[in-house]
Design a protein around this ligand. Structure first.
Ligand SMILES: [Zn+2]
Length: 292
């Protein structure tokens, strides 16, 4: 009951933030700060391959406890189906060990008719700041070798979102990573890579929060920002995979694809988003130079 009231209040506050009133911009920063979301919309519109806002989804494909094996498998299967139903490309941050333990699920992602991006989540799910360079390098190279891809992955997701060792991560070929903290804005340069901050995690605590999540998406459209959703396949099974998908995940994917159909928001992988952001920045600086 209390959580329902809280959700209704959040939803109402987000509706104000989405409105055209002069109050909206003033209210947005404190409102999002209460939700632990930094509010940093860009000063000028970015061109995300034709739209001024973009959505992306990152999925952490990792089984770090035996009881997560089956939920990871059923969640992955369903996500591949939903990606095809809504034509949504997603970025899969693959833990190499999990791909080896469950090749069937990993292959399902690769074989999908939607071209998903394969990112790296280390081989053995190690916390990057806790290890030396040699260990990190060996672990990530081992992950890339077991993924058997025809290209070298360029998107990295830090296990437990424990960020660090940026220059080493960049040296290993990565150009994009998911940040730890929630933020509404555009990608941010960090030591030669682009950080794409998450806006929303989907899991048991977001069950039934569709209205709030979809309003957050509308806010990202209004403020020319990126809506970045992330989750684990094994965390979509409460109270059941069917119920979670029908009441929470599908309405969110459906809203996302409607925004795309109406030309308000592109849906991209993290790698594509990063590329389109970088070329938009390049074009902006070129046009500034040419008007001098
Ligand atoms: Zn993980």
């Amino acid at each position: 009951m209390l959580s329902q009231i809280k959700r209704n209040l959040k939803s109402a506050a987000l509706a104000i933030s989405c409105s055209d009133s002069t109050l909206a911009e003033k209210l947005s920063r404190p409102l999002f700060s209460r939700m632990n979301i930094a509010f940093n919309p860009p000063g000028e519109k970015v061109n995300f391959a034709g739209t001024s806002s973009a959505a992306c989804i990152s999925i952490d494909f990792d089984v770090t406890r035996p009881d997560r094996f089956e939920p990871n498998r059923s969640g992955t299967k369903r996500l591949v189906e939903l990606g095809e139903k809504y034509h949504i490309p997603m970025t899969w941050a693959i833990c190499g060990m999990t791909a080896e333990q469950d090749p069937e699920s990993y292959q399902a992602v690769l074989r999908s008719e939607v071209r998903h991006e394969i990112g790296v989540h280390t081989y053995s799910h190690i916390a990057i700041p806790d290890h030396d360079d040699e260990t990190i390098r060996a672990d990530i190279e081992h992950c890339i070798s077991v993924l058997h891809l025809p290209y070298r992955p360029t998107t990295f997701v830090f296990p437990w979102n424990k960020e660090g060792r940026y220059s080493l991560i960049r040296e290993l070929g990565f150009r994009t990573f998911r940040g730890k903290w929630r933020a509404i804005g555009v990608p941010e340069q960090v030591e030669g890579m682009l950080k794409i901050s998450p806006v929303q995690y989907l899991g048991p605590s977001s069950y039934g929060s569709t209205k709030v999540i979809n309003k957050l998406m509308d806010v990202c459209v209004k403020y020319n920002s990126v809506f970045h959703l992330w989750f684990h396949p094994w965390d979509l099974v409460h109270p059941s995979l069917d119920r979670f998908c029908s009441t929470t995940l599908e309405p969110v994917l459906s809203h996302m694809s409607q925004l795309r159909e109406t030309g308000k928001m592109n849906i991209m992988t993290l790698g594509q988003l990063s590329e389109s952001y970088a070329s938009s920045q390049y074009n902006m600086s070129e046009s500034r130079v040419s008007t001098l």
